[in-house]
Design a protein around this ligand. Structure first.
Ligand SMILES: *Cc1c(COP(=O)(O)O)cnc(C)c1O
Length: 383
């Protein structure tokens, strides 16, 4: 059969009917262990920390969505990031984008510096990055693109080329785009990482992570650490993601349609200073976004005119947009990074990066466009 399209893969890969009963939905293998017929003789499953059939189905589906040979599903996005760090020999050098998810920054600035050496740089500046690679000689380059919350875009193909010359691995955190809008392995990256908590599951009811790669060697190393350390996802949570992922394609299209409308609305609003959305011509890397992404996603960042008081009034008056951390669910969320998701980044560093008190991040859901715009309109009128 011809290679299936994304919309078909999300439903059929890993979604075969249960061979024993014909049940169209896969069973939840809610078990910790498996009976062996003789010591060491089993059907490929010994213990759920190592393997579980429900989780295997999800891994099969996710690998196909990123055009990868392998996938490992983990207990959370951050545990997937931790496994990658554990896999590196002690004292490894890691060159990391300077505008990454707050939890990634905390992990790389507070936990792993005991073991590795980190340097944070602007990965959107290719010239400077090339110099940094030459002088720092990183074992691994960590990219998040688009970044959270400033939606800065790094050129995955160009950076992967530079990395090959210096034998550095490239990891791309692809959480914001989901495999529907961006496939980093196709652009030359070695590992792609997702917080499944966000768009992949899409229903704000699971925490999970995943890494996909083509190299069997990398897969085996990461699997060793996953099994040895233990951040595996529960069968029930894997099943929920298998359920949520079926609508990934339709959800991503709906998120994007709404986000495009809302970004336009915000850009023309008198109380808004500036809007950052990769789909806007005003985005400094709009052309690169068009080149490496298949769409622009559902995340919008904007700067309100004013400061903390104006932001507070706006955030207290939105109703459909819920004030909450996280993103990527069917429901719209609004976040104030300086106080909420990025509070673990020191204020001086935050402001150097451009995360000011008037920065607001929207995760645009799939509700009705006009209802969402009306909600924002009302909140602006209270500012
Ligand atoms: C949420 C998030 C993570 C961490 O994932 P968890 O599932 O919360 O551990 C990593 N990267 C990005 C971009 C995220 O948004």
């Amino acid at each position: 059969m011809k290679e299936m399209k994304f919309e078909t893969k999300v439903i059929h890969v890993g979604g075969e009917p249960d061979p024993t009963t014909g049940a169209i939905m896969p069973p939840i293998y809610q078990t910790s262990t498996y009976v062996q017929s003789s010591p060491g003789e089993h059907k490929g499953y010994e213990y759920t920390r190592s393997h579980n059939p429900t989780r295997s189905r999800l891994e099969e589906c996710l690998a196909s969505l990123e055009n990868a040979k392998h996938c490992l599903v983990t207990a959370s996005g951050l545990s997937a990031s931790s496994l990658i760090m554990h896999m590196l020999p002690k004292g490894s050098k890691i060159l990391c984008g300077d505008d990454v998810y707050g939890g990634t920054y905390r992990l790389f600035s507070k936990v792993f510096p005991e073991i590795h050496d980190y340097k944070f740089v602007d990965t959107t500046d290719l010239k400077n990055l090339e110099k940094e690679i030459e002088s720092f000689k990183p074992a691994l380059i960590w990219l998040e693109t688009p970044t959270n919350p400033l939606l800065k875009i790094s050129d995955i193909a160009a950076i992967s080329k530079l990395a090959k010359k210096s034998n550095s691995l490239v990891v791309v955190d692809n959480t914001f785009m989901s495999p529907f809008f961006q496939n980093p392995l196709d652009l030359g990256a070695d590992i792609v990482l997702h917080s499944m908590t966000k768009f992949i599951n899409g229903h704000s009811d699971v925490v999970g992570g995943a890494v996909m790669m083509n190299s069997s060697e990398l897969r085996d190393k990461l699997f060793f650490y996953q099994n040895a350390i233990g951040p595996c996802q529960s069968p029930f949570d894997s099943w929920l993601v298998l359920r949520g992922i079926k609508t990934l394609a339709v959800r991503m299209k709906a998120h994007e349609q709404n986000a495009i409308k809302i970004a336009d609305f915000l850009e023309s609003h008198p109380k808004v200073e500036r809007v950052v959305y990769p789909g806007l011509k005003s985005h400094p890397q709009h052309d690169l976004a068009k080149k490496q992404m298949k769409g622009f996603g559902g995340m919008i960042t904007f700067f309100l005119k004013g400061g903390i008081d104006e932001s507070r009034r706006f955030l207290e008056n939105v109703k459909l947009f819920s004030l909450a951390e996280s993103l990527g669910g069917v429901e719209s969320l609004v976040d104030h990074p300086a106080i909420m998701t990025h509070a673990s980044i020191p204020k001086a560093v935050r402001e150097q990066l451009g995360i000011y008190d008037n920065l607001i991040r929207l995760s645009v859901g799939i509700e009705d466009q006009e209802d969402l715009i009306q909600d924002l309109q009302t909140a602006f009128s209270m500012v």
